[in-house]
Design a protein around this ligand. Structure first.
Ligand code: 13P
Length: 336
């Protein structure tokens, strides 16, 4: 394992003012998002929409890496440059989603286990040769009556740790993503308990597998009320609960935490990150973003209505707002 390379890549991904763009929706998910805004989905429309975003001017001050799907890392920009070579030439690390999706967990109705470990070493080696320098694997944890079960937590923690070890062996910084979903009517306190439990299990498994924590990143949910909970935690409560939970349950030698947006509004995702970075405490890790929808929802709508330039402007705006939130310098007035 080249721990120096891993630590350097991780530090570059969460350098001051920078976060990550998650553009790694599977073909199925990306196609439904395109169809939802009236665009016929195909490999070419997925390429056209995404490469237009990648060609946006100036976003490299806000984005240190872009997570790609297997289809996209093999596609090219309009001038024929491969997508990973183009991103690298802009100073943006190409990343790759390497899990093969969350499947039903046997004997545990409603719970999921993320698959993709078989052949992972060979796939990581191929992606590294194509220019990828980091990877993502997403585990999905649902809160409900009697769930998550111990089986759901331990199998996902084990898979995340094995994935992380294999990536590191192949020179890719693993983004470890145990996502506790916002779906449900649970309170923010219940989200705290479950998030704490999955983080403990994940880092214990990482320790067992020998994962080099200073060469990895964590992509967690924020600690929030379920979408259907009648009592919603305020922005300030979300920020405080999240930082408390992470401080207690995430190793302090991890270089960075890059949140997912998980269905939050664009502005909530930015405001929460801004509040966390405005606290009068020195957090042990960089607190940053790896947003998908909260960076691109508006950009997708504008692209569908026909303007590549407006789509780039919508993305550039959200990227700059989140970049400001990295240092607590965002305010609602800047939203215009
Ligand atoms: P969202 O920010 O849209 O939740 O996507 C981030 C991601 O990559 C989820 O795996």
């Amino acid at each position: 394992m080249d721990s120096q390379l891993l630590e350097r890549t991780a530090a570059e991904l969460v350098a001051a003012g920078k976060g990550i763009l998650a553009a790694d929706e599977s073909n199925g998910t990306m196609s439904s998002r395109l169809e939802a805004v009236g665009v016929k989905a195909s490999a070419e429309t997925r390429r056209g929409y995404r490469t237009n975003i990648f060609a946006t001017a100036g976003y490299e001050i806000a984005v240190g890496g872009v997570i790609l799907f297997d289809e996209t890392i093999r596609q090219s920009m309009d001038d024929g440059t491969s997508v990973p070579d183009y991103l690298t030439s802009r100073g943006v690390h190409p990343g790759i989603k390497v899990d093969t999706g969350a499947k039903e967990l046997a004997h545990h109705s409603g719970e999921k286990i993320t698959e993709g470990l078989d052949g992972l070493r060979e796939r990581c080696a191929e992606y590294f040769a194509m220019g990828a320098r980091f990877a993502k694997w997403r585990a999905v944890i649902r809160i409900g009556e009697g769930i998550p079960s111990p089986a759901n937590i331990s199998t996902n923690a084990h898979a995340l740790a094995r994935y992380a070890a294999i990536c590191q062996e192949q020179g890719l910084v693993p983004i470890i993503e145990p996502e506790v979903l916002m779906d449900g009517d649970h309170t923010a306190e219940r989200c705290y308990e479950v998030t704490a439990e999955i983080l403990d299990a994940t880092f214990a498994a990482c320790k067992t597998q020998g994962v080099h924590v200073p060469g990895a990143l964590l992509k967690p949910n924020m600690v929030m009320s379920g979408k259907a909970c009648p009592e919603q935690a305020s922005r300030a409560e979300v920020a405080q609960l999240t930082v408390d939970c992470l401080t207690q349950h995430v190793p302090h030698d991890l270089p960075g935490i890059v949140f997912l947006s998980g269905g939050q509004s664009d502005e909530d995702a930015t405001a929460h990150l801004n509040l966390m970075n405005s606290m009068d405490v020195d957090h042990p890790w960089q607190l940053s973003y790896s947003y998908g929808r909260a960076l691109l929802a508006h950009a997708l709508q504008t692209w569908a209505s026909g303007s590549g330039e407006d789509s780039q402007n919508a993305f550039a705006h959200r990227a700059s707002m989140n970049s400001l939130a990295r240092s607590g310098s965002w305010s609602a007035e800047l939203e215009g």
